[in-house]
Design a protein. Structure first.
Length: 95
């Protein structure tokens, strides 16, 4: 299991801020690499946060984003209201 995705994500008031900071930094880094290295397609194995990062970076750079949903990340999202909207948006938007 990814160290960023846990069975029971922290339910602290700062959890949304931590997730948004992680995603924002990841999107900027992924978009920079995709443009600098002329990457054809962005790929993420986990839906959250990697898939969300790949999808948003793909939107910024005009490149397709492919996301694999391995299963445990979907199970974690089903149990955590913080993850669920991100999972839905990522899966709907990914190529």
């Amino acid at each position: 299991m990814s160290p960023l995705i846990t069975e029971s994500p922290p339910s602290t008031p700062s959890a949304p801020l931590m997730l948004s900071t992680l995603v924002a930094g990841g999107v900027l880094a992924a978009a920079d690499i995709a443009l600098r290295e002329n990457i054809d397609c962005l790929y993420a194995y986990w839906v959250v946060p990697g898939g969300l990062i790949a999808w948003l970076a793909g939107r910024l750079t005009g490149r397709p984003a492919v996301v694999t949903a391995a299963g445990s990340d979907l199970n974690a999202a089903a149990r955590n209201p913080l993850y669920l909207p991100f999972v839905r948006r990522t899966l709907r938007g990914a190529d």
